[in-house]
Design a protein around this ligand. Structure first.
Ligand SMILES: Cc1cc2nc3c(=O)[nH]c(=O)nc-3n(C[C@H](O)[C@H](O)[C@H](O)COP(=O)(O)O)c2cc1C
Length: 388
């Protein structure tokens, strides 16, 4: 029988940290998700295996201002290593200073940069997925991060979308300049800003990027619409990407990482927990989140949105679902969980999208934004940012 090593889908990704190369093995990364990928959720996913788990996005400015909530957002969970933080800035100076702060105060081991936010309140000021269109500004921000991270041995990566809309694709040029500036990898969410989360991600763009960056040797990670281990394998097969980034697929399904680990090691077992097994994950999530916020009330408020995702596809009475959506304490959570009958995993319905699925409309951009890609501008939109 072939060993797991010989059937391994991909080699581990090499992340050069200051104390040596860390192997992201398998090359499966938890996508940064604002309001989701806090230390509690990352721990829940880490317990399932996989390679790297990125924090919620924080803005460079909030970090520099030492806003307590921001500092808490980048705190690692117990035993978490490497500590991976996503930063957002539209200002090279802020980006450079924030990276220096992270290095000097040893706050993280890896920094990912966010250039993919599609929400109108960000793009209308030129931020998020609109920013790479201004290629000089994009380059200055990436350069500021890479150069200031270098003395601390912190690898920097970028995450972007295909571009603004069908007529304005920015990813090939932006990714190439980021690669030339020394990023450790480029992750591509294979949608435009216009698409938001609509329809199916265009994996052919990931394939194009893999070809485009081949001469640079910088790996490409594919992102968009991985709902099962088999989807991850299929993305690698179709695109030749060096790894995958998984977002919404793990909402209410943290065991997707175990499924991906198995699939990337050549297995086909599919991890399909019954409702009683899911129930234990839900309670564990509750405990972790209450611990993270050091408040049962705050933790339960955060937990509520996850409840619907966990229960999606299972047959659960609407009144009971409603009560899960209002859960206020761990005792209440336990008593609601005790009311769930055991059921097999709803394979068909359970793998449908969860979280954001908003449909596309033309992104709102600043006046004249698309006139001159070489324009070097100063933006001030970090406080408008809310994930992406
Ligand atoms: C609730 C939510 C919050 C997100 N926040 C961020 C973020 O802060 N930074 C970022 O780069 N992408 C963010 N994203 C985008 C995801 O990282 C990912 O690129 C996107 O969901 C596509 O991957 P998926 O199809 O696997 O979900 C967010 C997505 C969701 C659903």
């Amino acid at each position: 029988m072939a060993s797991a090593t010989s059937t391994r889908l991909l080699a581990p990704l090499q992340l050069p940290l200051k104390d040596g190369v860390h192997l992201v093995d398998p090359p499966v990364v938890l996508a940064p998700m604002a309001g989701i990928t806090n230390a509690a959720f990352r721990m829940l996913c880490r317990e399932q295996g996989a390679g790297l788990f990125v924090s919620e996005m924080v803005t460079a400015r909030a970090l520099l201002e030492r806003i307590p909530e921001t500092l808490r957002m980048i705190e690692p969970g117990a035993g978490e290593w490497p500590r991976s933080v996503q930063l957002y800035s539209v200002d090279p100076h802020h980006m450079g200073e924030a990276v220096k702060m992270i290095g000097r105060e040893n706050l993280a081991d890896h920094i990912d940069m966010n250039f993919g936010c599609p929400v109108p309140k960000v793009t209308r000021k030129g931020g998020g997925a609109a920013l790479p269109f201004k290629r000089n500004l994009f380059r200055e921000i990436v350069k500021a991060a890479v150069e200031n991270a270098k003395p601390y041995g912190i690898p920097v990566t970028v995450k972007m979308r295909i571009g603004i809309d069908t007529d304005h694709h920015t990813y090939l040029e932006a990714a190439k300049s980021a690669a030339d500036l020394g990023v450790a990898w480029v992750a591509l969410h294979a949608r435009t800003a216009q698409q938001m989360y609509e329809g199916k991600a265009d994996w052919s763009a990931i394939k194009n990027l893999v070809e485009h960056l081949k001469p640079t040797g910088v790996p490409v990670l594919g992102n968009g619409d991985i709902w099962s281990g088999a989807d991850g394998v299929e993305m690698v097969r179709q695109t030749g990407c060096a790894g995958v980034v998984v977002g919404r697929g793990c909402l209410g399904r943290p065991w997707l990482f175990a499924d991906l680990v198995d699939a990337f090691n050549g297995g086909d077992k599919r991890v399909l927990p019954t409702l009683h097994e899911v129930r234990e994950v839900m309670f564990r999530h509750g405990e972790l989140i209450v611990d993270y916020f050091e408040s049962e009330d705050r933790g339960c408020r955060d937990l509520r949105k996850h409840m619907a995702w966990y229960l999606k596809g299972f047959s659960v009475h609407s009144e009971l679902r409603r009560q899960f959506g209002m859960v206020g304490s761990l005792t209440e959570l336990r008593s609601l969980l005790d009311q769930l009958d055991d059921q097999p995993y709803p394979v068909e319905i359970g793998d449908k999208p969860r979280g954001r699925t908003s449909s596309g409309r033309p992104p709102t951009l600043p006046d004249g934004w698309l006139n001159d890609p070489d324009e070097m501008i100063t933006l001030d939109v970090e406080d408008m940012f809310s994930g992406g």
